[in-house]
Design a protein around this ligand. Sequence first.
Ligand SMILES: CCC1=C(C)/C(=C/C2=NC(=C\c3[nH]c(/C=C4\NC(=O)[C@H](C)[C@H]4CC)c(C)c3CCC(=O)O)/C(CCC(=O)O)=C2C)NC1=O
Length: 169
Amino acid sequence: MRDAVTSLIRNYDNTGRYLDRDALDTLKTYFNTGVARIQAASVINGNAAAIVKQAGMQLFEDIPELIRPGGNAYTTRRYAACLRDMDYYLRYASYAIVAGSMDVLDERVLQGLRETYNSLGVPIGSTVIGIQIMKDIVKEQVSSAGISDTAFLDQPFDYMTRELSELNI
Ligand SMILES: CCC1=C(C)/C(=C/C2=NC(=C\c3[nH]c(/C=C4\NC(=O)[C@H](C)[C@H]4CC)c(C)c3CCC(=O)O)/C(CCC(=O)O)=C2C)NC1=O
């Protein structure tokens, strides 16, 4: 598992280069947003259960068929599995935010996920909507905690969306 710094060093070391201007700019951006990343992780950490609950409610309100007979989140067990998945996405997004790298998502979350979802009939389009709802809630909460530039928060949620759907959003 890599973070922004180790990925960069690995890249440069592979070709035996010193860190050039591009590398230093990347590092600067990462360190400049460091405090905000940690604050965002703290907001997520302190509100995770509420974020997942609110996102789930909104998702099932937007797509009520999911929790009706025949829907993939119908029955208590599958409803709980869906919210648990949302919680996974949120927790791993918080790691990726701190790491400044999507590597942890590739390694721990996304590997084989599409295949699993397809074999269980879990609708990927609806899952993606759930992930985007969480992104919006997180951005709102982080910005009300006083962090003005929340653009870096998009990255892990959009990355999971893209990798899951293999479509541009
Ligand atoms: C940390 C990495 C990780 C991920 C991401 C993960 C996902 C994951 N979600 C699963 C199931 C599931 N996932 C969902 C999710 C949903 N159904 C819907 O209609 C909604 C759109 C959506 C919620 C947003 C459901 C309902 C199941 C159970 C499906 C079934 O057993 O029939 C399964 C099958 C095994 C199980 O039920 O636990 C896996 C592996 N597991 C992991 O270890």
